[in-house]
Design a protein. Structure first.
Length: 248
């Protein structure tokens, strides 16, 4: 059985004071029903790590080089220095607004894995691609590119987050059936690359307007192993409500 993993992606929200307050309120409520975490802005990471005893703390991005003239970027070594061992890669907003490509996602994946850290790599299609029936083609291209030169042993540690772009921050969400279909397809792509044994170990999240009321039903799907949560992860009340939803 794959243990569910639910990670809140804060994006560009919350400062240090808010982070300290959130972690203090939520960390003690985490249960072993799932791996629970938050991905915070770079500025908040040290504060989150200091207070988190149970929560995973993840960065929202990293660079693929160890160091250099890359103004405004953060290396995995810098993240490791403050104890951060998880990184979100290839989020659609990084792809759309900041020029992230399949190639740079792969370079970051290799850098993260080679440093013993865990990537949460995001894939997903646009509304236009979804309506054109290209979902499977798009996510296969993204998955295959992300895993280029990744060994089978390292692949087992990767978390994949399927986030249909048309469901991020829109209030729309894929039906459980749509989400399960695509997550199952992604697992099949991983099986093509590495074999069924590896594919069965890889955890696949769904992301896109996930709420406390929808989380449990999503996780009842056989190929959905968690969620990458946006807005519902920003407030203590809604985050705790997700924890409680899995305890029912």
């Amino acid at each position: 059985m794959r243990k569910p993993i639910i990670v809140g992606n804060w994006k560009m929200n919350h400062g240090i004071a808010d982070t300290k307050e959130f972690v203090a309120a939520v960390d003690g409520k985490v249960t072993d029903k799932a791996d629970w975490g938050i991905a915070t802005p770079f500025l908040d990471l040290a504060t989150a790590k200091e207070g988190a005893k149970n929560l995973i703390v993840a960065a929202e991005n990293c660079h693929f080089k160890d160091s250099g003239a890359y103004t405004g970027e953060v290396s995995v070594g810098m993240l490791k220095e403050i104890g951060v061992e998880w990184v979100i890669l290839g989020h659609s907003e990084r792809r759309q607004y900041f020029g992230e490509t399949n190639e740079t996602v792969n370079l970051k994946m290799l850098q993260v894995l080679n440093n013993g850290m865990t990537p949460i790599v995001c894939v997903g299609e646009s509304l236009e691609e979804y309506e054109a029936g290209k979902t499977h083609d798009v996510v296969k291209t993204q998955v295959v590119a992300a895993f280029k030169d990744v060994t089978a042993e390292a692949a087992e540690r990767v978390v994949i987050a399927y986030e249909p772009i048309w469901a991020i921050g829109t209030g729309k969400t894929a039906t459980n059936e749509i989400a399960e279909d695509v997550c199952g397809y992604i697992r099949g792509v991983v099986a093509e690359l590495y074999g069924q044994d590896v594919a069965e170990k890889v955890r696949i999240q769904y992301g896109g307007s996930v709420k406390p009321a929808t989380l449990k039903a999503l996780l009842e799907q056989p190929n959905i192993d968690g969620a990458l949560v946006g807005g519902a992860s920003l407030q203590v009340e809604s985050y705790v409500a997700m924890i409680e939803a899995l305890n029912d």
